[in-house]
Design a protein around this ligand. Structure first.
Ligand code: HXC
Length: 286
C-alpha cells in the first residue's frame, strides 16, 4: 500500500514500542525505511523486541528503558535519542488500564493510570516539542486514544478521563504549534485484541467475549493490526502533511452504535420489520 522507502531517513520514537500495538506499529515504520527508538519500563522486553524487529525488517531500532511517569527521566532519554540526530515524529502509544468499579478505586489506583496516560504523554510530547521549536524543525505527534474520548466509558474512568485529556492536548497544540509546522493527530482504535489489553479489560476470558462483542460492531469483526499500523504510518508520514488536530476513529463503526439507541433493532427479522411497517402505517392513518 505504501512505497517501500516512504519513511527512509525518518526517525521516530514509539512509547511502549516493545509490546502490543506499539510493537506492531514500530515494525511497520521499520519496514518502510524509518529508524525507530522504542521505550518502555522493562529493559529485557525492549531489548528482545528491538533485536527481533531489527532482524525481521533489517531496520535500525534502539531500545530505551524509561518510566514515562518521571518527567526528568523522559527528558534525559529524549536528549540521548536527539544526540543521534533529531526525531521526525513521536508516537504516543504507552498506556495503562484495568477495569474496576470506580467506587473501588483508591487515589493511587487512579494515579497509576492518569500518571502514565495523561502526565506521561505530556512529558514525552513536551520533551520533543521543545526541541523541535528550539531547532526550528517540523515535528509530528501521533497519539493513540480510544473511542471512549467521545462517549466516556464506565468501569475504566481513569483511562477515559486521561485519554480525553490527550485528545484536548492534540487539538490545543495543533493550533498552538501549527505555525511552527508541528502537527498533532490521534487515532481512536476500537477493539484490536492484544494480550496486554485483553488480560486487563476482558479478564473473564477473551475468546467468548470476542465473539460476543462483534455483534455490537457494525462491520462484525475486530480490527486487523495491519489496518491500524497503516493508518499510523499515513499520519506519521509527510503524505498527511495538511492534516492536524484530527482524531481518526478506526473501530468498524462501533462507537456510533450507541448513538440514537436503536442498535438492538438488528435482531429483528423480515417478518418483524413488515409487521412494524404495517403498525406504523396504521397509526399514521388513524
Ligand atoms: C483496582 C488496582 C488494580 C486493579 C492496580 N490497582 N491494579 N486497583 N483494580 N485491577 C491499584 C493498586 O491497588 C494501587 O493502589 C495502585 O493501583 C498502583 O498499583 P501498582 O500495581 O503499584 O501500579 P503500577 O505498578 O504502577 O502498574 C500500573 C498498572 C499496570 C496500570 C496498574 O497494569 C501496568 O503497568 N499496565 C501497563 C500496561 C497496560 O495496562 N496495558 C493495557 C493498556 S490497554 P493502592 O491504593 O492499593 O496502593 C489500553 C486501552 C485498551 O490502554 C482499549 C481497548 C478497547
Amino acid at each position: 500500500m505504501f512505497r517501500d522507502d516512504l519513511l527512509k531517513g525518518k526517525r521516530y520514537l514509539v512509547t511502549g514500542g516493545g509490546t502490543g500495538l506499539g510493537r506492531v506499529m514500530s515494525e511497520r515504520l521499520l519496514e518502510l525505511g524509518a529508524e525507530v527508538a522504542i521505550c518502555g519500563r522493562r529493559r529485557q522486553v525492549l531489548e528482545d523486541a528491538a533485536a527481533e524487529m531489527s532482524e525481521k525488517t533489517g531496520g535500525r531500532v534502539t531500545a530505551h528503558q524509561v518510566d514515562i511517569r518521571v518527567a526528568e527521566a523522559v527528558d534525559e532519554m529524549v536528549g540521548e535519542i536527539w544526540q543521534g540526530g533529531p526525531l521526525d515524529g513521536l508516537l504516543n502509544n504507552a498506556a495503562g488500564n484495568f477495569i474496576s468499579r470506580t467506587e473501588d478505586l483508591s487515589p493511587r489506583g487512579f494515579d497509576a493510570i492518569a500518571n502514565i496516560v495523561l502526565h506521561g504523554t505530556f512529558y514525552v510530547t513536551s520533551a520533543c516539542g521543545r526541541r523541535w521549536i528550539a531547532e526550528g524543525r517540523p515535528g509530528n505527534v501521533l497519539s493513540i486514544l480510544t473511542t471512549w474520548v467521545w462517549t466516556g466509558s464506565p468501569f475504566v474512568v481513569p483511562s477515559a478521563m486521561s485519554k480525553s485529556g490527550v485528545k484536548a492536548m492534540t487539538q490545543s497544540l495543533a493550533v498552538e504549534w501549527g505555525p511552527k509546522n508541528i502537527r498533532l493527530n490521534a487515532i481512536a482504535p476500537g477493539p484490536f485484541p492484544t494480550e496486554g489489553a485483553w488480560k486487563r479489560l476482558r479478564p473473564q476470558g477473551s475468546s467468548e467475549v470476542r465473539s460476543d462483542m462483534t455483534h455490537r460492531i457494525p462491520l462484525r469483526r475486530v480490527g486487523k493490526m495491519s489496518e491500524l499500523s497503516n493508518l499510523a504510518v499515513f499520519l506519521l508520514s509527510d503524505e498527511s502533511g495538511y492534516i492536524t488536530g484530527e482524531v481518526v476513529n478506526i473501530d468498524g463503526g462501533q462507537w456510533l452504535v450507541s448513538a440514537g439507541g436503536f442498535a438492538d433493532l438488528w435482531a429483528l427479522d423480515d417478518a418483524q420489520w413488515h409487521s412494524i411497517r404495517d403498525t406504523i402505517k396504521a397509526a399514521n392513518e388513524q
